[in-house]
Unconditional design. Structure first.
Lengths: 165, 165
């Protein structure tokens, strides 16, 4: 099913600690599409799962919304695509933290991005997203800022300069 | 397996007719990656098969060679990705024609590209490709000319102007 992904994204305030018992998974992902144009196409290893994801910009240009198709791929296909993806890769540990009616997903980046912590909350609609009041451990909001997309971070994670579009 | 695709491409001379008994299949394909940069990522329906293909430029810049990964996807995933791909699509019938040691693949385009016929021959290496002498029914060579890539043709098939890079 094509998902319409509605989410907001924030930095994590430095004093926040991962709650005891919050489940986590390790992610590494690489980008097959070029930076800054059209669909974003990536492969992701999440624990033992191997996935491909295509995200398209919202047709109405709403930065809160993207259309997303995600599907499993064979381990062998993943390895081949990973090799084609070039250097735009990143890895992180993802923590899932319940937050009232919604779930916060905290990504703790690794490698050259170590120290960066980002929290995302997904909503069932644009109205709910707008009404959401971030708790105090949420820092600066990054929603819709292309400089903080994972696609951009994958470039920065390689120690290359942040390209501007 | 990642294939290294080594091929040459020509127009078909107008007098040529499809040989009786040559097998054919119907193809339609749509592009998920933007025109003219990086990896070329498409979905293709070939008869009942549904495939995704990622083609990367040769690391040494040889226009004869591309690295290619192709893998089957579920019908449902194909339909979702087709919807995300936008307007850069094309359809054609593909004829397979034996040609001595190699096989010629003739694509007869449909829709707005009707009248266009292109023949491709795939080789087991760059030396064989260079030594190949095209038969008389091969017209102008198009190898390595981006204006004649299927990616470009998918743009032209929609009646849009050919974008230049």
């Amino acid at each position: 099913m094509t998902n319409f992904e509605v989410e907001r994204k924030f930095l994590v305030a430095t004093e926040w600690l991962v709650p005891a018992g919050a489940p986590s998974s390790h992610l590494r992902q690489a980008y097959l599409s070029p930076l800054g144009s059209g669909n974003e196409i990536r492969v992701r290893a999440k624990g033992d799962a191997r996935l491909m994801t295509v995200k398209a910009p919202d047709e109405d240009g709403n930065p809160l919304v993207r259309r997303e198709v995600e599907f499993p791929i064979a381990d062998e296909v993943f390895e081949q695509l990973w090799a084609l993806a070039g250097e735009d890769r990143l890895s992180k540990r993802r923590w899932t933290v319940p937050l009232g009616d919604v779930t916060a997903v905290v990504d703790v980046y690794e490698g050259e991005l170590a120290g960066l912590r980002v929290v995302e909350v997904e909503f069932d609609g644009v109205d709910t997203a707008r009404a959401f009041e971030p708790p105090t451990w949420f820092g600066e909001e990054l929603t819709g800022d292309p400089a903080w997309s994972n696609r951009e971070l994958a470039v920065r994670s390689e120690g290359r300069r942040l390209r501007s579009d």
